[in-house]
Design a protein around this ligand. Structure first.
Ligand code: ADP
Ligand code: MG
Length: 241
């Protein structure tokens, strides 16, 4: 039985019009199911961020249709789309987008509270998410009191809090050293193994190697897809059993 979390059908996004228009995405077809971790690679300007913002309902396709958990995004009004985004989609921004005046647990619980979850329950869920990413002990810290890698974990905790099944991350390891980056990959891999669909934009083959599948974008088109048989043991340099 197929359990599709994200589907794109002939999706295009054109910015501007006339001779200066840019076809950022051109006829993308894509299916990502629950439990799948997909890495997206491609040169700068190939459409990677456009793909993620459309999948996350942050921008609208010029043509084609996007389905999140079988709901066509074009069928939703602004309020319904905002609710779907809060409930089903976790988005990890390149520059984190954390609120400096809130501490870590408040940053994570905010989307739940906005969704009407009672404060204590939202806080409990936020603590669960912080525990999942390994920084429960930093819950009360403000953003200028933790490192870049720790802020990134807060951003990921905010993306996975509650029952979101679609996790979208746009180069989340950009500013991080490689050991910290590997820690983030482990968190994303675990989310996929727990039944989420995870889409990661990355420049680093080392990070893409954690994914089940790698998509290559060029000029707004998927030019290649490589299935990978994910084998954590190979990353640890141990023989597979
Ligand atoms: P990537 O993330 O792979 O670098 P983007 O999705 O950001 O690529 O951009 C794809 C193309 O769309 C590029 O040519 C970029 O200049 C253009 N583009 C992206 N966002 C906008 C925008 N808001 N207005 C105009 N052009 C844009
Ligand atoms: Mg980009």
């Amino acid at each position: 039985m197929s359990d599709q979390v994200l589907q794109l059908r002939n999706v295009s996004r054109t910015y501007g019009s006339g001779v200066t228009s840019v076809g950022a995405l051109r006829g993308i077809d894509l299916d990502i199911s629950a439990g799948e971790f997909v890495a997206v690679m491609g040169p700068s300007g190939s459409g990677k961020s456009s793909l993620l913002t459309l999948a996350g309902g942050l921008d609208k396709a010029t043509s084609g249709e996007i389905f999140v958990e079988n709901t066509p995004l074009s069928s939703l009004n602004i309020n319904e789309l905002a609710r779907l985004r809060r409930q089903a989609i976790g988005y990890v921004f390149q520059d984190f987008n954390l609120v400096p005046s809130l501490n870590a647990v408040e940053n994570v619980s905010l989307p739940r509270e906005l969704d009407g979850v009672p404060v204590r329950k939202a806080r409990r869920q936020a603590m669960d998410a912080l525990r999942t990413v390994g920084i429960e002990h930093l819950a009360e810290r403000f953003m200028d009191q933790i490192s870049g890698g720790q802020q990134q974990r807060v951003a990921i905790a905010r993306a996975i809090v509650g029952r979101r099944r679609l996790i979208l991350a746009d180069e989340p390891t950009g500013a991080l050293d490689s050991a910290t980056g590997d820690g983030i990959m482990e968190v994303l891999r675990n989310r996929a193994d727990a039944g989420c669909a995870v889409v990661l934009v990355t420049h680093e083959a080392r990070h893409a190697s954690w994914a089940d599948r790698v998509l290559f974008l060029k000029d707004g088109r998927i030019i290649d897809q490589a299935a990978q048989s994910f084998d954590p043991a190979s990353l640890l340099g141990q023989p597979a059993s």
